[in-house]
Design a protein around this ligand. Structure first.
Ligand SMILES: [Zn+2]
Length: 177
């Protein structure tokens, strides 16, 4: 299950790879992962067709839509303080709450000596959280911890109910408010 979740999080990079980007880490993963190899094989002709001509055959589009997982962006429900304050060099802990299918995703961002720590919680049983940018520490089924140098690294993905929901970074959440 974890593995499937991790592969779902690789989608944006798979698309870039199909478009010709150099990604040695992902290339190595694809060589050992049948699921991603299959996805890449399906993506190549699709992005090829998109890149070559402005007019995309309807059949390709249909296929692309089928292949791509449904992805939405979580809506910010509330924050414990003005985000502008959180971006100062001093920094103070703050909490953001996002809406996801069936419940909420809350994250407490806390400044540390080396950067930031994110302590998150999902209230939807069965939801799978992943973090393409780094190593996510799952402290229990529905709680996780992540550390990063900057807040902009905290882009979490939540897979719930067959859909992948992207959690905006604090900066993005602030801009989208
Ligand atoms: Zn994979």
């Amino acid at each position: 299950m974890r593995h499937v979740n991790r592969c779902a999080a690789l989608w944006p990079r798979l698309v870039d790879l199909a478009l010709g980007a150099t990604d040695t880490e992902l290339t190595a993963h694809v060589e050992g992962c049948a699921q991603c190899a299959r996805s890449l094989a399906q993506l190549r002709p699709i992005v090829g067709a998109l890149a070559v001509s402005g007019e995309v055959p309807a059949a390709w589009v249909e296929r692309a839509v089928r292949v791509f997982p449904r992805r939405a962006r979580a809506k910010l429900l509330g924050s414990s303080m003005q985000l502008a304050l959180a971006r100062t060099s001093v920094g103070e802990p703050f909490l953001l709450r996002f809406e996801i299918p069936g419940g909420q995703f809350s994250v407490m961002y806390r400044p540390t000596a080396k950067g930031w720590e994110a302590l998150g919680e999902v209230d939807v049983p069965g939801a799978q959280v992943s973090w393409p940018q780094g190593r996510l520490l799952l402290t229990s089924d529905l709680r996780f911890q992540a550390v990063a140098k900057s807040l902009s690294s905290f882009e979490f993905l939540v897979e719930v109910d067959g859909a992948t929901v992207a959690i905006p970074t604090p900066e993005e959440a602030d801009a989208g408010e």
